[in-house]
Design a protein around this ligand. Sequence first.
Ligand code: H79
Length: 430
Amino acid sequence: CLAASAAAQSKPAPTQDQRMEWFRHDKFGMFIHWGPYSAFAGEYKGQKVPVGTEAEWIMQRFNIPVADYRETARGMKPVKFDAEAWVALAKATGMKYLVLTAKHHDGFAMYRSTVSKYNLLDWAKFDRDPVQELSAACQKAGIRFGVYYSHREDWDHPDGFGNNWDYDRTKKNFERYLDEKSKPQLRELLSRYGPIHLVWFDRGMDTPQHTQQFIDIVHELQPNCLINGRVGDYGADLMGDYQNMNDNGMPNGGLQEDWETPQTMNTTWGYSKFDQQWKTPGEVIHRMVEIVGKGGNYLLNIGPMADGTIPSPSVATLKAVGAWMQINGESIYGTVASPLTAQPWGRSTVKGNKVFLHVFSWPADGILRVQGLTNTVKAAYPLAAPSQKLALSREGGVPLVKLPAEPLDQNDTVIALELDGAPRAEPLIV
Ligand code: H79
């Protein structure tokens, strides 16, 4: 009886491996940067945020006074916001998780906060809660929902980090900001919206003590929730569940820890009406394959407009990526880092006894040379036409695959190889 009640009381905390399971499988998520900066759209009193830099930093870049920024925030009316349509787009793209900026550095909460009136419902009098709606839509669609929360940086609160144009740096009481706003808001997000699968912190704490306080809050309220590596940014050991690359960063390869890279579709995270430097579907697919082939996750950002419209070039690109994923998703989900390095024709991903060859540029002679692979190859076929078995041979130890006459996809034709065991590679020059 005693033992039974003890067991009911203290369910053992999940191990890190258990918490990480979905993340390791899912590989591809949608990041959403959306807040009052979206209403500025890259311009303040005729001053333009340079294309190639972060439009969501407009308040800091032009030292916009809090009072001014707050006026624009008050006008945010996302009448076209459609949580189910956003989640449907993520799903159609093949994304498995979604992370919304619940509060970015500007300090504005995109949900009903009782901690601070500076939020979409109380401040802008928009009577809908995007965190609630997206959380519900994600649950319905089987997408994992996460929140971005700027825990250290806050340019609205007098004691928050970062705003030294309105506030005197020497008079700030950072602990007060943490106690009054940052920690209580994190608690709200983790206790009011059902399962939160990931908290994505940014510009982390500069002491391990502060970092641990935020980790403890997450573990207390949602033991299964993941915490990204940027919860602490002081350069010591990783304290989150996985490591983040720099914004838009790509590792050379060979990372031991779990990792994810956040990336943009143009060059900004928050919406800018000036930035039309969109990546093509091919570029997005090639990045995804490189990231996943190096063992990482791809968190790809959209920057909706203030009214809730997602810029149409990004929608078109995501749909094209989704069409490719529909056919080739098997070569992305549940894969692990490939032992093969980049090849003249493309890259590879690995799952069990299969290696997926991603052919970005079609060899002129129609023969695919798989440099470095030492396994016996049992069968080869395109993922887009699995019944089409491809002829195999070997030349000086290098496996050769006779390709179909034409690429089956203009960006990436995936050829699956069935091997005699897990893929092995000759030591390659890294
Ligand atoms: O949320 C996104 C970015 O806002 C955030 N991380 C991603 C996910 C971020 N954190 N730090 N940074 C970006 C570094 C930003 C530095 C700069 Fe700037 C912002 C360089 C240009 C704009 C500040 C303002 C320094 C120069 C101008």
